[in-house]
Design a protein around this ligand. Structure first.
Ligand SMILES: Cc1ncc(COP(=O)(O)O)c(C=O)c1O
Length: 377
């Protein structure tokens, strides 16, 4: 039998899931404020906590006053579909897809809204040619493709003088990259990713041109109440002040506040980005030191710094399942198998809530799992 050495040191927090992601370091439920719980979310206390959460998000995201930000139901999916259902249909649509979630928005546009969009696709690990985008269209894209670890490198490809609207599903991108807000008409995310918050709620960011669309255009299809953002042709401004459409989880809101206060204590966006960058660099060192590990994202310029997807030489789905199970059982790494629709491989979250020392400690455990599964084959 092969002698396989068990590494001496485990990651202190083996939480490498790409969503819900690791809680902020030092997190404990006791740290959450609870005065708003068991009260109406429309009471003064509830409204003020929702408004405070919105203010904190604006501050940490460095979101300009031109853009509104609101808390909506249905996590990131709810927020993005709310945007699609309320604003699309006014002009031609282009959807970009290079992994599972972008593909989900294509399905929505084609099969549900029957919009006959132009679809620009690329395989897992690649980006479509962003230069092909026709900005007279409304354009839907995922800033960071969580299931392939490929992101857009920046916003340079988004036309300043676009006639269409830009819709960014930015759930695993915000709080990790600089987002050029002047190029973004709609962005969505959920707290469960880079903030290590809870799922359930989505966050919807609207630029002025999106508001203009909402106030001047009524889609031909019916809109459920949870998607409705206007009343009598006017934007429901309350949504962007904490008057949520329906009942929110104040526990999830308090949890997000706790994460945002942690983010502020690090210096806000710069602090969050620095942690994510350091984590991705530490993982890249691990990859470069092993010939059996590689990056699924071919081009470093568009390689994710949050959801980093790795190839494992000779591995199929079964191998990866066993590999992940070895580390789960040891308590060395949780939830690192790649997404079910992605090519067999590993996915290791490098967002800000993960500690770099834990990424560093992961290297020998990856060797251990690789050797263990190979030896058993
Ligand atoms: C890019 C992207 N879009 C959408 C989603 C769906 O997010 P939620 O489950 O918060 O609705 C995810 C979740 O992993 C994602 O990574």
């Amino acid at each position: 039998m092969t002698d396989i050495t068990v590494p001496a040191r485990k990651p202190a927090r083996p939480h490498f899931s790409s969503g819900p992601c690791a809680k902020p370091p030092g997190y404990s439920p006791e740290k959450l404020a609870t005065d708003s719980l068991g009260r109406s979310h429309r009471a003064k206390i509830g409204k003020s906590r929702l408004a405070y959460c919105i203010d904190l998000m604006r501050e940490v995201l460095q979101l300009p006053d031109t853009h509104r930000i609101g808390i909506v139901p249905g996590s990131d999916t709810g927020a993005f579909e709310m945007a699609m259902w309320t604003m699309l249909g006014a002009r031609p649509v282009t959807t970009l897809a290079w992994e599972s979630f972008g593909e989900g928005w294509v399905t929505d546009a084609v099969k549900q809204l029957k919009l006959d969009p132009t679809v620009l696709r690329a395989d897992y690990g690649q980006l479509p040619d962003l230069g092909q985008v026709d900005w007279s269209n409304d354009v839907l894209f995922t800033w960071n493709g969580t299931t392939s670890g490929v992101r857009v490198p920046n916003g340079d490809w988004i036309a300043e003088d676009r006639e269409g609207l830009s819709f960014a599903d930015a759930t695993s991108a915000v709080f990790a990259y600089d987002i050029p807000w002047d190029k973004i008409d709609v962005a969505t995310f959920s707290w469960q990713k880079v903030l290590g918050g809870e799922g359930g709620h989505g966050v919807l960011i609207l630029g002025p041109r999106a508001v203009e669309r909402l106030e001047s255009y009524t889609p031909s299809w019916p809109l459920p109440k949870v998607f409705r953002l206007t009343k009598g042709g006017k934007l429901t401004e309350g949504v962007f002040k904490g008057e949520t459409i329906n009942t929110p989880s104040m526990l999830a809101v308090e949890d997000a506040i706790c994460a945002l206060e942690w983010a502020k204590s690090l210096g806000g966006l710069e602090g969050l980005k620095a942690r994510s960058d350091a984590n991705a660099a530490a993982l890249d060192t691990i990859v470069s030191e092993r010939d059996w590990l590689g990056h699924l994202a071919a081009d470093p310029a568009s390689r994710s710094k949050t959801s980093v997807c790795l190839t494992v030489e000779g591995a199929d789905t079964d191998f990866i399942k066993k590999f992940a199970a070895v580390l789960d059982k040891e308590g060395a790494a949780y939830d690192i198998a790649g997404y079910r629709d992605a090519p067999a491989g590993l996915r290791i979250w490098c967002g800000a809530t993960v500690d770099t020392a834990d990424i560093e400690a992961l290297g020998p455990w990856l060797d251990y799992a690789y050797a263990t599964v190979k030896a058993a084959a």
